[in-house]
Design a protein around this ligand. Structure first.
Ligand SMILES: Nc1ncnc2c1ncn2[C@@H]1O[C@H](COP(=O)(O)OP(=O)(O)O)[C@@H](O)[C@H]1O
Ligand SMILES: [Mg+2]
Length: 233
């Protein structure tokens, strides 16, 4: 059997860590595809932190995509405490099963023309003791988009993430800096250019969105995957 994306196109949105804008970026892409007339499914292998206030990721993604998937169909593993999914699962007395994740992602893709999948934390976060978000991304087989903050510290985190993705054979379509300020500083402008040059990648900027009003969002359609550049020496 092919990857779950077989038949459906889409993206896998990862990030340089937690709280870096993955959900905002995934939602903006899902909404852009939906506005272009595609039937969009969303997926997130595990959601943690349901005990915290605010709209959970699977609900925001569903709203952005105009999807009618159930919570269970979008995110088969959901936990209250805000912690790494492997630990949240352990405290709930279970282990996240890679096979169940993959069949759920496949089922989501089968019902749509495009699949937008959001990771959990960064690429090397464990879903289960021996199964990282990166392993799941490889099995899903969609090109990656990397969400990252625009400010100080982002060059290193973003280049590490792109390198970790490429080391596993993943294609990275773009980096998206978010939220991109209305008046970017010299540091932010330079970060954008530096990441583009050093990673050999398209770097997009997503402005501050009113998350309650998807119809007000600017389109965000990542370019097609780029092969990793060959580096001299
Ligand atoms: N472009 C954006 N517009 C509005 N809010 C954003 C944007 N980018 C990031 N944020 C905010 O930053 C915080 C972290 O973003 P989120 O997408 O939830 O990160 P992650 O999914 O990586 O944990 C949230 O409060 C989110 O609303
Ligand atoms: Mg998120």
């Amino acid at each position: 059997m092919g990857p779950p994306s077989a038949g459906a196109s889409g993206v896998f949105v990862t990030g340089t860590g937690t709280e870096v804008g993955k959900t905002a970026v995934a939602a903006a892409i899902a909404h852009t595809l939906r506005a272009g007339g595609q039937r969009v499914a969303v997926f997130k292998p595990a959601v943690t932190g349901l005990d915290d206030e605010g709209e959970p990721d699977h609900a925001l993604l569903r709203r952005a995509a105009g999807s009618r998937q159930s919570d269970e169909e979008i995110a088969p593993y959901r936990y209250g405490p805000p912690m790494s999914p492997h630990l949240a699962a352990e405290l709930a007395g279970e282990e996240i099963a890679p096979k169940r994740l993959l069949s759920a992602a496949r089922a989501a893709a089968a019902g749509a023309e495009a699949l937008v999948c959001e990771g959990v934390g960064g690429l090397l976060v464990p879903l289960a003791p021996n199964y990282l978000v990166r392993d799941f991304a490889v099995e899903v087989g969609l090109p990656l988009v990397v969400a990252a903050p625009p400010g100080l510290g982002t060059i290193n985190h973003t280049l590490l993430t792109v390198e970790a993705a490429r080391a596993a054979g993943l294609d990275v379509s773009a980096v998206v800096l978010t939220p991109w300020p209305r008046q970017p500083s010299a540091i932010e402008e330079s970060n954008r250019e530096t990441i583009a040059a050093l990673a050999g990648i398209e770097v997009e900027a997503l402005p501050q969105l009113d998350l309650a009003a998807p119809s007000s969002w600017p389109p965000l359609a990542p370019p097609p995957p780029q092969p990793a550049p060959s580096r001299p020496g």
